[in-house]
Design a protein around this ligand. Sequence first.
Ligand SMILES: NC(=O)c1ccc[n+]([C@@H]2O[C@H](COP(=O)([O-])OP(=O)(O)OC[C@H]3O[C@@H](n4cnc5c(N)ncnc54)[C@H](OP(=O)(O)O)[C@@H]3O)[C@@H](O)[C@H]2O)c1
Length: 369
Amino acid sequence: MSEKFLDALRCRIEDLDRDLLKLLNERATVSVKIGRLKAENSLSIYDREREASIFGYLADQNKGPLSASQIHKIFGEIIRVSRELQSITGDDSTAGIGEVSGTTAIYGILGNPVAHSMSPLMHNAAFRRLGINALYLPFEIEDLEGALAGMKALGIKGASVTHPFKRRVLSLTDEIDGTAETIGAVNTLVFEKGGIRGTNTDWVGAVKWLETLLPIEGRRFVVLGAGGAARAVVFGVMSKGGQVTVLNRSAARGKALADEFGCEFVPFAEVEKIRGDCLVNTTPVGMYPNIAQTPVSKGVLRHYRAVADAIYNPLKTLLLREAEAEGCKVASGFEMFLFQGTEQFALWTGEEPPVALMREVVLERLRAL
Ligand SMILES: NC(=O)c1ccc[n+]([C@@H]2O[C@H](COP(=O)([O-])OP(=O)(O)OC[C@H]3O[C@@H](n4cnc5c(N)ncnc54)[C@H](OP(=O)(O)O)[C@@H]3O)[C@@H](O)[C@H]2O)c1
């Protein structure tokens, strides 16, 4: 094989890549314009028929050597990015709720209190953006059993479950997936013909959140707290090959959690002696209105390269501010919240969630608090 010939082919590839890049950017510019027009005219970004017609047209035009499925894969990604660009471009035409009709699917959140929940804002914006005829409502309830029976009777499609019902709902579903059973909490309900299916997306949110800081496998995560958020974090980290040390104010609860998941437990008083790759706060210490509080002293933070706080109000807690000052990478619990929600959305609708939009609407609201 001649080296020169290979070089010439590589040059040709580089030329083609440059042309492609230019064309893709041109396409993106047009997409942004379309996004603006759609927003101005309150039109949905997601147009299933139009996208299907693009794939059909491309399949007809294709002369190979790329196969139809390869074309589908490549253009599927291009269209996904276009949707994302259009979502970011769009204005607040997604923020409210859409028109309600006789066929509107209803989803909601069960909790007490729920007035502060960002989930309705996030899911309704996503439904609107994708043109899905659905509505997500807050349900502040006391009678969980009665609420579930009512939701079944009303034909509600799905629900989020939050404090204080995540554990209690376990025994009230018709089916529970293994993950929710192991974590011992359900945060997502899917209402199906056969009954109510309970699952847990908090752990997926926790994994995606922590992965924004560092790879999980082989790393040690020091988790402060042993409540519901801690359970999702411990399960998520361990299922991705990380190691966990749990510290908790009440030793009995902390030890019970560590024994259940097969990880290490250390009393909170010994926090200064512990070392790890990432410190994860799952206690409410530092949450609004107690924003001047922090669960550990600055000295402790020196022993970590990353610090995550499950709290998302405020977006940057004192713990995260001090960790940043110590040179740590930090992640707000906002990301955990976002990703548990995007996972729920995908589960309920079977559609790819508009993550950029969901992030933006919640961030905007949190910044305004
Ligand atoms: N980002 C998200 O998506 C997300 C999801 C869920 C929760 N969260 C946040 O995570 C935090 C915990 O929620 P949770 O549902 O796990 O609550 P939880 O089940 O009530 O557990 C709270 C944990 O924090 C510990 N704790 C409470 N007050 C403390 C204090 N003053 N000092 C030391 N430890 C203390 C408790 O210790 P004891 O066992 O000794 O009582 C317990 O282990 C909240 O801020 C919540 O907003 C965020």
